[in-house]
Ligand binder design. Structure first.
Ligand SMILES: [Zn+2]
Length: 82
């Protein structure tokens, strides 16, 4: 089985197989895949993996929630101590 990365080619205006793909890190720290269109050799760009983006977002949300909760708890505890 050949592992092919698909990306959107702006020139073909369609999903194309990515040639010479390589993993890069964008300025905002997100992983992305860069390559060229196998049909017209236009530079293609694909941002990370779709599903992982959603899970990362929800994980961040829940982490923030729990952090807030624990912070409140510890603040109360220290206030009682003093
Ligand atoms: Zn193309």
């Amino acid at each position: 089985m050949v592992l092919a990365t698909e990306g959107y080619c702006v020139k073909c205006k369609a999903k194309r197989k990515m040639d010479g793909e390589r993993q890069i890190i964008m300025k905002n720290g997100r992983p992305a895949t860069q390559g060229t269109c196998s049909v017209c050799s236009t530079k293609m760009f694909k941002i990370g993996g779709g599903p992982s983006k959603i899970s990362a977002k929800s994980a961040k949300k829940s982490a923030k929630k729990s952090a807030k909760k624990s912070a409140k708890k510890s603040a109360k505890k220290s206030a009682k101590k003093r």
